[in-house]
Design a protein around this ligand. Structure first.
Ligand code: MN
Length: 234
């Protein structure tokens, strides 16, 4: 089995309030048995700090199955929706310092999930790289666009009025997106085009993100061996 270690980017060291975290992972067991036609795109992430302990398994080309426990029920609901709409399988357990605040848990789950995407995508050859989706949910329309550009940047624009949706502090949705962009070294934009319900705005944003990710991660049969970058580096 191949072992790989993802080094924290310099930007995480600068920006992240959770210095000292390390992410280690094991790539999918593609080496076992006869070589499959297509490598199974998987990631295993263990990210333990003094604030959060996160263990997750991601299979990119899955069937939307999710087993998620973060201690924040509405956040679980969003991550489960992401797996279903993204068509990936996700096992995620986070034991965080919820007695302090939800902030560390939500942001760190974002970082770990983003890191899982990068690990699962491997050399990024033959993928679409960028994707977007417009997701309606009743009266709400949400937009998401992602690019696995190698550069972390998130813009979250959800004019949610409620401070809490279920048990989730709504302002932390932006921290999740920041964390995800950092972990995935990706550009992530999510926006409510219009909408009223806070629940719908947040849920539609997660679903739009999932479907944008699905498009970005999808294999492009015509460009199989090509790294989709004029720079030659992603
Ligand atoms: Mn819901």
């Amino acid at each position: 089995m191949m072992r790989s270690r993802i080094r924290r980017s310099a930007s995480e060291g600068r920006q992240g309030p959770h210095a000292g975290a390390s992410i280690s992972g094991t790539r999918g067991a593609a080496a076992l048995g006869p070589a499959p036609r297509m490598k199974t795109r998987r990631a295993v992430i263990r990210r333990h700090t003094r604030e959060t302990k996160i263990d997750l398994k991601l299979t990119l080309d899955g069937r939307g199955r999710a087993q998620v426990a973060t201690g924040i029920r509405f956040f679980d609901h969003m991550l489960e929706a992401m797996a279903m709409h993204g068509g990936f399988d996700l096992e995620l357990h986070c034991q965080g310092d919820l007695d302090v605040d939800q902030h560390h848990s939500v942001e760190d789950v974002g970082i770990a999930l983003g890191a899982a995407f990068i690990q699962a995508l491997g050399d990024k050859k033959g993928i679409h790289r960028a994707g977007y989706f417009l997701m309606p949910m009743d009266e709400t329309l949400a937009l998401a666009a992602v690019d696995f550009s190698g550069r972390p940047h998130a813009v979250t624009n959800l004019p949610v009025r409620a401070a809490l949706v279920g048990d989730l502090q709504t302002e932390l949705v932006a921290d999740f997106m920041d964390g995800f962009a950092l972990g995935a070294q990706a550009n992530v934009h999510v926006k409510t085009v219009y909408g009223r319900s806070s629940h719908h705005q947040i849920e539609a944003a997660f679903k739009a993100l999932a479907r944008a990710l699905r498009a970005a991660c999808a294999r492009d049969a015509r460009m199989k061996t090509v790294l989709p970058s004029t720079k030659g580096k992603l």
